[in-house]
Design a protein around this ligand. Structure first.
Ligand code: ADP
Ligand code: MG
Length: 240
């Protein structure tokens, strides 16, 4: 099925499409009374196992587009279809459910809970989604082993390096077996070598688990290692 034909729940048979953005626009009021058209048009289709770089200079609207995709911000126009479900008319509870069950988020700064251990940080989102601690623990352990932190399960975030903190954040993002990972400059705070390692690990997991990932970065070297790249140029999302 070609791009553009799949428009939502009525066509959800095509299970490989995880995310569709159709005609997304966003603008913000400015101090001078005018409006800034940050996103004039964004159309995007992401399939299972596909890792797509979202590039563009600072201020080009990458974070805005990720917030809109994560339904944390409402676009001025356009629709977001997650795993075949059109989201425009959903209430806050339904959006929260989709975020919890289908999406994992990774930020530039890890945002781990400082008072909890690495493994607890990966257990807690599963408990919020309804699992018991006992059910959640094996997956948390397995994910942390996958990201190379099998020996750091009981460490609190403050006792981990920046790269290790991002690895925990990636394990946490995958805790509830999401279909879609949204990451906003996930290696932006890391030095060159560390970001290479963290990116390689994220890439392995995305491909192994068959999730789709949209990853904002201004590191072009990292962008080139993804399956493809899109860029926000003067508010239009185009192939890079
Ligand atoms: P990027 O992530 O690519 O650096 P952002 O999405 O953060 O870009 O921001 C794009 C533009 O939109 C910037 O000029 C920013 O100042 C503006 N902007 C973002 N959010 C808001 C907001 N809530 N209100 C007004 N302007 C905003
Ligand atoms: Mg940003």
């Amino acid at each position: 099925m070609s791009r553009g034909q799949v428009k939502g729940p009525g066509h959800a048979q095509n299970g490989s499409i995880v995310l569709e953005l159709n005609g997304i626009q966003q603008s913000f009021p400015q101090a001078d009374g005018g409006r800034l058209d940050v996103i004039k048009r964004a159309d995007l289709t992401l399939r299972r196992g596909e890792m797509v770089a979202l590039i563009g200079p600072s201020g080009s609207g990458k974070s805005t587009l990720l917030h809109i995709t994560g339904m944390l911000e409402k676009p001025a126009a356009g629709e977001i279809v997650i795993d075949g479900e059109a989201t425009a008319d959903l209430g806050d509870d339904a959006k929260t459910r989709i975020r919890r069950e289908k999406m994992g988020f990774v930020y530039q700064y890890h945002h781990l809970l400082p008072e909890f251990s690495a493994i607890e940080n990966v257990i807690i989102p599963q408990m919020i989604a309804g699992k018991s601690r006992r059910e959640a623990e094996p997956r948390a352990r397995e994910l942390l082993e996958r990201v190379g932190l099998g020996g750091r399960l009981q460490h609190r975030p403050g006792k981990l390096s920046g790269g290790e903190q991002q690895r925990v954040a990636i394990a946490r993002a995958l805790a509830n077996s999401p279909k879609l990972i949204l990451a906003d400059e996930p290696t932006g705070n890391l030095d060159h070598n560390t970001s290479d390692g963290v990116f390689a690990m994220l890439s392995d997991l995305v491909h192994d688990f068959g999730v789709a990932a949209l990853i904002a970065t201004h590191n072009l070297e990292i962008a080139q290692r993804m399956d493809r790249a899109v860029t926000l140029r003067d508010g239009e999302l185009v192939a890079a």
